[in-house]
Design a protein around this ligand. Structure first.
Ligand code: FAD
Length: 427
């Protein structure tokens, strides 16, 4: 038994006494409510650069944690705080699935991610991952390609017809579908709560979280001289900008056309009282061609349907859902899950996603500053990858070996303009 509660707030003085609140960091931004540094937190390795990570979403939060665990002194700066409702990582839940068509790299990353989510939730002492599998409707060609990838990597799956579907999940109606692809690996991850957990563990391990608006400082001689946080300079050996849908605002010339930011709406539908058939324990997630669900992990069943892309400003965009999509979601629920017909929508979220032209992530150094890295363009599928991204970005920033074929997919040079549309799937 420990004598102090695990998430006890502490004072800045206590952090300073522990030598963990960097003097550079104190120049800019406002310290978030800190949590106590736990005994055994990794010591600072002075041979590693001090790192500032801007953005506490899936890319930045996990990377800050991995860098701190590696011994770097790390400050995590976020304009609105970890898990904030404007962030793409700020919704309640996200899906973890392995079916990625022929893009084996993401299938393998997602497989690793599933194991890491499981390991991290044991370590954090907090439930974040709910392995319920998923059901996906696919065209014939897509199905054949998916089977080939899963066969190649010996990943379990089944192709189920209407009779089998009815037998296993009588609460669903797939009578109109000749075959459904079922993958038992994967599930639902809690989004907002996980990002809060990551930032708390990061602080327990000696990282510092600051609330402040960051922008690049002057660049000369191939380096950024310092970062600006709320207009005050914040020096750093390395800076990672992991600003999600804000990246085009932070680097308008470099990323203004490489990332497009469309609006998305999500609806959470409640179950009838006492009816638990739609919870994750009893139901995989569903993916149709234009609508998908995440089974209930305490918030209701999430249903997402899509309008054609409408640009969204992540700071100022209105976050009220549209009547058109509400109707579409209710029609989908009545068709696929008839027992939920007429049940209330218990919550909604409007967020945005950040697509590259080909839905590969963007991870690269800034072309004018060797001490500045950029990571983002999650393209509707990065949340699940958070723990893998954290380890990968740690290695990239610290100059450790990574897979050159993977690195090449993410370079700025490999991405064209995303504004014309194109990639737009997700999950
Ligand atoms: C509707 C929807 C459904 C999705 N479904 C899935 C899914 O099922 N599975 C999946 O894996 N992925 C899914 N995704 C994608 C996934 O959520 C995103 O790819 C991921 O969350 C992006 O993380 P990020 O760190 O890049 O951005 P964010 O989470 O947006 O984080 C960026 C952070 O940077 C901060 N910031 C920005 N600018 C500044 C600044 N100038 N100074 C300081 N801080 C700043 C913000 O406050 C924010 O907290 C979905 C996305 C959407 C929108």
């Amino acid at each position: 038994m420990t004598s102090s509660p695990p998430f006890a707030p502490t004072t800045r003085r206590a952090l300073l006494a522990a030598g963990l609140a960097g003097s550079a960091a104190s120049l800019a931004g406002k310290a978030a409510a800190q949590v106590a540094v736990r005994p055994g937190a990794p010591a600072i390795n002075r041979r590693l650069p001090d790192v500032v990570v801007v953005g506490a979403g899936a890319f930045g939060g996990w990377t800050a944690l991995a860098l701190r665990e590696a011994g770097a002194r790390v400050t995590l700066v976020d304009a609105y705080g970890p898990g904030n409702p404007r962030a793409s990582s700020g919704d309640e839940s996200r899906l973890l699935r392995l079916s990625y068509g022929t893009r084996d790299i993401y299938t393998l990353w997602a497989q690793r991610a599933a194991a890491l989510w499981d390991r991290r939730q044991q370590e954090f002492g907090r439930r974040m991952y709910y392995p319920n599998g998923s059901l996906r409707v696919m065209h014939e060609a897509e199905l054949a390609a998916q089977r080939a990838v899963f066969d190649r990597h010996a990943i379990p799956y089944e192709v189920l017809g209407p009779d089998e579907m009815r037998k296993r999940w009588p609460q669903l109606n797939y009578d109109d579908t000749p075959h459904v692809f079922y993958e038992s690996t994967g599930g639902v991850v809690k989004a907002r709560e996980s990002m809060i957990a990551v930032s708390e563990v990061f602080m327990q391990k000696g990282g510092e979280v600051r609330i402040g608006h960051a922008r690049p400082g002057p660049m000369s001689g191939g380096a950024m001289q310092h970062l600006l946080v709320d207009d005050a300079p914040l020096p750093a050996g390395l800076t990672l900008f992991a600003c999600g849908p804000w990246l085009p605002k932070v680097f308008p010339q470099l990323l203004g056309d490489r990332i497009r930011v469309p609006r998305r709406e999500l609806f959470y539908v409640g179950s009838p009282i006492g009816d638990h058939r739609y919870r994750w324990e009893h139901l995989p997630n569903l993916a149709d061609l234009d609508t998908y669900t995440a089974s209930d992990v305490d918030y209701g069943i999430k249903v997402a349907s899509r309008l054609p892309d409408t640009p969204m400003d992540p700071d100022f965009g209105a976050r009220m859902p549209t009547e058109f999509l509400r109707q579409q979601v209710e029609d989908y629920v009545a068709r696929r899950m008839p027992g939920l017909k007429g049940q209330p929508i218990v919550a909604t979220r409007t967020c945005q996603t950040e697509y590259s032209d080909n839905s590969h992530f963007i991870i690269d150094r800034h072309p004018e500053a060797a001490n500045v890295w950029i990571a983002g363009a999650g393209s509707g599928h990065a949340f699940k990858m958070g723990p893998v991204l954290g380890d990968y970005l740690r290695d990239r920033l610290l100059g450790r070996p990574t897979d050159p074929a993977e690195d090449a997919l993410f370079t700025l040079a490999s991405h064209k303009s995303a504004l014309a549309g194109g990639a737009g799937g997700g999950a």
